[in-house]
Design a protein around this ligand. Structure first.
Ligand SMILES: Cc1cc2nc3c(=O)[nH]c(=O)nc-3n(C[C@H](O)[C@H](O)[C@H](O)COP(=O)(O)OP(=O)(O)OC[C@H]3O[C@@H](n4cnc5c(N)ncnc54)[C@H](O)[C@@H]3O)c2cc1C
Length: 439
């Protein structure tokens, strides 16, 4: 047996003591942050990375998510992909995240929109957009959600000045004149100047802050699935408006497509429960024969759809971002893009305040954020809602009106250019990070 001498025992005790002191100091430091973010999914992690990087050490930032990291990574099983606008990709480029995902992102080369009936032999396109922005940059990319999530987790863990707590549940909080004391399930009470709610549509922070929402559930659900096509998709996205709701085919690398297929809720559950051959046969009825044979290339899922909008985006020392603030119909693939616009706006405002030595959770800072983001989000949510009701029906007068309206747009290059810039997220008061500018 190995015997330890007294000198060695003393050295071991001294090292242990130093380690304990260092741990205690760390815990002390980690009990006080400038910004604490509740929810570390797409929006929360991007918010945390953006604040920590743009403030260059001037802000202590923490993000807490209740999901253990291994489980967050394993969520590849949700099978979803997102359309990321050019503006969102500028944000990810500025933060250094884009290089991690770019090889897996499919640029959209065009969009074809139709509302033809499933039994028509010809499927005329009402509207089509080719190419992207005038400088050739694609207006949007399609990226599978699990690839973005993994990249954000890796990037957050490597970002200096950022503490990532997972699994950690944000329980409740109390606001005082100088800050907010947040109760975390494991770490206990933590102080911050600002609490950012990025905890999704059921946001506990939003509820605890006493912020009510307006909105409604759609009678529809969104089926998502990934298919492999026999014939090339050429990078084009297809939006087929059917009476039950929009059926979107979003191009992915390796000649795959991500389907976002809206149906009445009970019918959606029936379709997802079909065996592979039955599901593919239903998909083929909607896609037609032009892409040849179809094969399943990933899991299927079904998501209930709703529209919600927080009545206020801020409360005392609290700011809402992402789905905690708003949820929109996925027909134009804008939900996450709108959330990333919140992130870019809040980062710009908070970093500006920190540079001037101002309190990042002060009422003036929060009011500036709310003025910037609330109207824009409400406008997007209502626009998606109107488009869904205009297209999700089989009324003959509405069908005629749609054909006329979209036909006119198709013949008006200026209007089309505006829509492309809108899809690229480059209209309105665009925050610097979304324009690709440093802050
Ligand atoms: C079918 C479908 C298709 C879509 N397609 C697109 C698209 O193409 N493009 C697009 O831009 N958007 C799309 N969206 C919308 C997009 O998916 C959402 O807007 C986006 O996921 C919202 O991200 P988030 O980070 O705000 O919220 P979530 O992703 O909901 O994340 C919330 C996080 O908070 C954590 N959390 C919750 N409570 C607590 C707590 N108390 N303590 C700690 N952590 C907590 C959760 O674990 C979770 O990780 C689509 C949505 C659907 C349903």
């Amino acid at each position: 047996m190995h015997r330890r001498g007294p000198m060695r025992r003393m050295r071991v005790r001294a090292v242990k003591m130093l380690e304990e002191r260092a741990r205690a100091r760390m815990t002390e430091v980690n009990k006080r942050f400038d910004v604490l973010i509740a929810g570390g999914s797409f929006v929360g992690l991007t918010q945390a990375i953006a604040l920590a990087q743009c403030a260059r050490g001037a802000l202590r930032v923490a993000v807490a998510d209740r999901t253990p990291l291994e489980a967050a990574r394993a969520r590849a099983s949700d099978g979803r992909a997102s359309a990321l606008s050019a503006a969102s990709t500028h944000l990810f480029r500025s933060l250094g995240v884009w290089a991690r995902v770019e090889p897996h992102a499919q640029p959209i080369t065009g969009i074809d929109i139709t509302d033809s009936k499933l039994n028509s032999v010809m499927r005329p396109q009402l509207l089509h957009f080719d190419g992207g922005l005038p400088d050739g940059e694609p207006a949007a990319f399609i990226l599978e959600n699990y690839i973005l999530r993994d990249a954000l987790i890796d990037h957050a863990r490597e970002t200096q000045g950022l503490t990532f707590l997972a699994p950690e549940v944000v329980r409740e909080f109390q606001v005082s004149g100088t800050g907010v004391s947040v109760q975390l399930e494991k770490a206990g009470a933590v102080d911050a100047a600002l609490l950012v709610a990025a905890d999704g549509r059921g946001s506990a922070v939003r509820k605890a802050a006493g912020i009510k929402t307006i909105g409604w559930s759609y009678p529809q659900a969104g089926i998502v699935a990934t298919l492999k096509l026999e014939k090339p998709h050429g990078g084009r996205a297809i939006q087929h408006f059917l009476p039950s709701g929009p059926f979107a085919m979003l191009p992915l690398p390796e000649n795959r497509v991500s389907l976002v297929w809206t149906e009445e809720r009970a019918r959606a559950r029936e379709l997802v429960a079909l065996d592979d051959a039955g599901f593919l046969a239903e998909a083929k009825k909607r896609i037609g024969g032009r892409f040849g044979e179809l094969a399943l290339a990933g899991p299927r899922g079904v998501f209930p759809l709703d529209m919600h909008l927080a009545r206020r985006f801020v409360a005392d020392r609290v700011a809402l971002v992402g789905d905690a603030a708003h949820g929109v119909h996925p027909l134009a693939g804008q939900g996450l893009n709108i959330g990333l616009r919140d992130v870019a706006a809040l980062t710009e405002i908070v970093v500006d305040a920190a540079r001037l030595g101002l309190d990042p959770g002060s009422a003036a800072v929060l009011e500036r954020y709310q003025r910037w983001r609330r109207f824009d989000s409400a406008f997007s949510a209502l626009a998606m809602d109107r488009i869904n009701s205009l297209f999700s029906n089989d009324s003959a007068p509405l069908r005629a009106l749609r054909s006329l309206g979209l036909g006119l747009v198709d013949r008006a290059p200026m209007v089309k250019r505006f829509f492309v810039r809108e899809a690229a997220g480059l209209t309105g008061a665009v925050p610097k990070l979304l324009r690709g500018e440093a802050i």
